[in-house]
Ligand binder design. Structure first.
Ligand code: CP3
Length: 328
């Protein structure tokens, strides 16, 4: 599940009462513990390292806070001079805790689960860096794209090199697959996607996949971009819920697909969660499919519904499983 360690879990909220968000990310012992919470509770097939796509931005010299309403970057990037103040970094020196979390998870998961790491793609990170936080219109970065493309280009290039190396270093210490989140690339027209997001995703995969761990690419609102995403260098495309998996399969048949239950489906009663999860699994007949949500799990999700989602996935093989036959 995307953001499978998070606020919908009481044991996560308990840890967060005692520690700030980025402090938690920087505490290898606690971050590993939080990463393992959903694995222990549900028996997921993957342990996702607990961190955030904004963690490497702090190591690049950007100020980032986690406020009530989401991330806040008090000094957004507005010029080439601002880009000049940022820098790449060596993960072993600047974010040793990230590597330690991966190592701890690799040890704890053994042969029971894969350890997944992730990072934000350059376009999506640039959105936060230029907008200064979340955005609805992305008008500041889109204005920069129109009026100061050199600055945007320089920022995206720096991010691609830095994030590529950051991911590669995590694969070196035990991460078995990497997910690249280009969440906000779905806000771009296909033409702008090909110019401002895709080349930098490609560069990240080129660097990070040196060690051959499979790469997964997620875009929120990917339906208009699938054929282009297929040229990014990813092995798996992670699909949001606004498109049928069968249509995605038809359009990019060579790819394993991840997804794509609407996270809001987990707000329904468990029997509905079960039915919708089965429908999602059946749509691809279990072929080259990693079941997941179409975006991050919502903080208001009842734990019981997250459990039903995972349990259904683990016991449903597209054939009538006896204990489930009585259900509608
Ligand atoms: O999947 C996992 O279990 C790993 C953890 C993970 C987090 N963030 C933890 C987190 C992952 C994979 C992310 C990725 C992330 N972070 C993305 C890309 C994926 C996506 O959801 O589109 C983005 C865009 C971010 C940036 C970010 N971090 C936002 C917008 C927020 C606020 C979200 C909200 O609902 O308020 C965060 C905070 C965040 N990252 C939380 C968690 C568990 C909640 C913060 C808290 O504990 O208070």
């Amino acid at each position: 599940m995307m953001r499978q360690a998070g606020r919908y879990l009481p044991e996560y909220r308990e840890v967060r009462e005692k520690i700030g968000f980025f402090e938690l990310c920087a505490n290898a012992e606690l971050a590993a513990e939080v990463s393992l919470q959903p694995f222990r509770r549900f028996g997921t097939d993957a342990v996702i390292m607990f961190s955030d796509i904004l963690v490497p931005l702090r190591a690049m010299g950007m100020e980032v806070e986690m406020a009530e309403g989401g991330p806040r970057l008090p000094h957004p990037i507005a010029s080439m001079a601002d880009v000049g103040k940022l820098h790449g970094f060596d993960a072993a020196k600047s974010t040793p805790y990230v590597l330690e979390v991966v190592q701890r998870l690799r040890e704890a998961a053994g042969d029971q689960a894969a350890v997944l790491t992730f990072a934000g793609a350059p376009w999506t990170l640039a959105c936060y860096m230029i907008e200064g936080g979340g955005s609805k219109s992305f008008s500041t970065i889109k204005a920069m794209l129109a009026h100061d493309p050199q600055t945007l280009e320089a920022l995206l290039q720096l991010l691609a090199e830095t994030i590529g190396e950051f991911l590669a270093s995590q694969v070196e210490v035990g991460a078995q697959a990497l997910q690249l989140f280009d969440t906000w690339a779905g806000e771009l027209s296909p033409e702008d996607y090909r110019r401002w997001a895709l080349p930098f995703e490609r560069r990240v995969f080129q660097i990070a996949r040196r060690k051959n761990a499979p790469g997964i690419l997620y875009i929120n609102g990917c339906a208009g971009l699938l054929e282009d995403m297929a040229t990014s260098g990813a092995d798996v495309l992670s699909i949001d819920w606004r498109i049928e998996l069968t249509e995605a399969r038809r359009r990019v048949p060579a790819f394993a697909l991840q997804g794509n239950l609407d996270p809001a489906a987990l707000l329904a009663p468990p029997r509905v969660v079960k039915r919708r999860t089965r429908t999602t699994i059946d749509s691809l007949g279990g072929q080259a499919h990693i079941l997941n949500l179409g975006h991050g799990i919502l903080p208001t999700t009842p734990v019981e519904c997250a459990e039903t989602f995972v349990q259904t996935a683990r016991t449903w093989h597209g054939i009538a499983v006896p204990e489930m036959e009585a259900l509608p």
